[in-house]
Ligand binder design. Structure first.
Ligand SMILES: [Zn+2]
Ligand SMILES: [Zn+2]
Length: 442
């Protein structure tokens, strides 16, 4: 892409965000502000060999010491140490281990970038020098990559701090994997004064060097359930003298699937999965009870309230058909569906085109995965994107949450630069007139 094309793209980005009355008066200022050199500066600074080595070392140190939901104490310490070395002020704790670092003028517009920090309860099976040193824990969702990229953005933005006509808040958030760390961080004031937020997630189905995103539905609302089916145990040879919770559970599992096939509009996306069933010990005893767990997910705007109600009704009523009783519990934190804001998505698309070239900004379908970033977008405009981490050698590519997950580390500088550009260009656009909410009040 030549410089002129890049400048025009950048201009397009800002014009998209501006009310039309502001467009002509800001044109000349925008053209003068060469975004071609802006992108080049960011990319060349972050690609310095020393910086690339630092990004990798941060990722690898975190990868070797994975920590689960709300236990990210060493990770949090590592981040604070690096922020201190970069001379960046921060506040903590938010939601036990979270950190909010601040770069810029201290005035509005204020934009946030988010990285999650937690790992998964999983044994790593990647043969890798920096493999997890803690059995049963692994960074299998790439949150170690997210932290490294956000620290990289911190470095870039700090170097450009005098140019920032607003403030960037870097939110290092705990407990994305089921703990709802985003909600807790927000309750602790992590988003105070923030008017927009961006987040990225590594994604192994997108090639390294590309990103993907979409406007509107991006991730599903997701909740979990657990049920204990109580029956009456006895000898397997006399089932008529028992109330068999094994058969009741089997029928519950089948009936739950009919919530999707018979009660859901075929054009809507919903999922119910039963993922764990435990009951009985031997072949000749019908057990007293069976415990089952599962998840329900939907892209519907009601965040799964109807589905949740029906899951409970089906489990309880189907259990009673077999003379059993069911006690149903739902997980304490259900994630709302994540909807990317239209304008924030356009911003991602334009910044992505500037940094990577238009051909590397891909569309994506919504995912039925959950993402607690949705708590932020429920409050302020925001959007997420997938950043590609696929290797050219397809045999190395495994999905998120796989014990073989092995993202391409070469993406770290790009992720850092993209984060920084999303924030700086948002501020630039907002400063020029789109969002004056904070600038006019300070
Ligand atoms: Zn995950
Ligand atoms: Zn994740």
């Amino acid at each position: 892409m030549d410089n002129r094309a890049i400048t025009l793209l950048g201009l397009h980005a800002l014009l998209l965000l501006l009310p039309s009355s502001h467009a002509s008066e800001t044109c000349s200022a925008l053209v003068d502000n060469s975004e071609a050199s802006f992108a080049k500066e960011l990319l060349s600074s972050i690609h310095e060999p020393e910086t690339v080595a630092w990004l990798k070392s941060v990722r690898r140190r975190i990868h070797e010491h994975p920590e689960l939901c709300f236990e990210e104490f060493e990770t949090s310490q590592l981040i604070r140490d690096e922020l201190q070395k970069l001379g960046i002020p921060y506040k903590w704790p938010f939601a036990t281990t979270g950190i909010v670092a601040t770069i810029g003028s201290g005035k509005g517009p204020v934009v946030a970038l988010r990285a999650d920090m937690d790992a998964l309860p999983l044994d790593e099976l990647v043969d890798f020098e920096y493999k997890s040193k803690h059995p049963g824990k692994m960074h299998a969702c790439g949150h170690d990559m997210h932290v490294s990229m956000l620290l990289g953005a911190a470095k870039l933005l700090k170097e450009r701090e005098e140019k920032l006509q607003g403030t960037v808040k870097l939110l290092f958030q705990p407990a994305e994997e089921g703990g709802g760390g985003a909600l807790r961080a927000m309750e602790d004031g992590a988003l105070e004064d923030v008017e927009a937020i961006f987040g990225l997630h590594v994604y192994p189905l997108v090639p390294t060097g590309s990103i993907s995103s979409r406007s509107g539905a991006f991730c599903a609302a997701a909740g979990s359930f657990k049920a204990v089916i109580k029956g009456k145990g006895g000898h397997a040879a006399v089932p008529h003298l028992t109330a068999d919770p094994v058969v009741a559970t089997s029928m519950i599992i089948v009936s739950l699937q009919q919530l999707i096939s018979r009660e859901t509009d075929p054009l809507e996306s919903q999922v119910v999965s039963v993922t764990s069933v435990h009951g009985g010990k031997v072949f000749n005893i019908i057990p007293q009870d069976v415990t089952m767990q599962g998840t329900y997910r939907t892209l519907a705007q009601d965040n799964g309230e109807k589905l949740k109600r029906r899951v409970k009704e089906v489990i309880e009523n189907q259990a009673s058909v077999l003379g059993c009783k069911a006690a149903v519990e739902f997980g304490t934190v259900a994630y709302p569906a994540l909807y990317n804001d239209d304008k924030m998505y356009e911003h991602i698309k334009t910044v992505g085109s500037l940094m990577l070239g238009q051909d590397h900004v891909l569309d994506t379908d919504p995912s039925m995965g959950g993402e607690d970033f949705s708590f932020y977008t429920g409050k302020i405009p925001g959007a997420m994107l997938n950043i590609g981490v696929a290797h050219e050698d397809a045999s190395k590519n495994f999905m998120l949450h796989s014990p073989h997950f092995n993202p391409n580390e070469d993406v770290l500088p790009l992720g850092a630069a993209l984060n920084a550009a999303l924030a700086e260009m948002y501020i630039q656009s907002a400063y020029l007139g789109v969002s004056t909410k904070l600038s006019s009040t300070q």
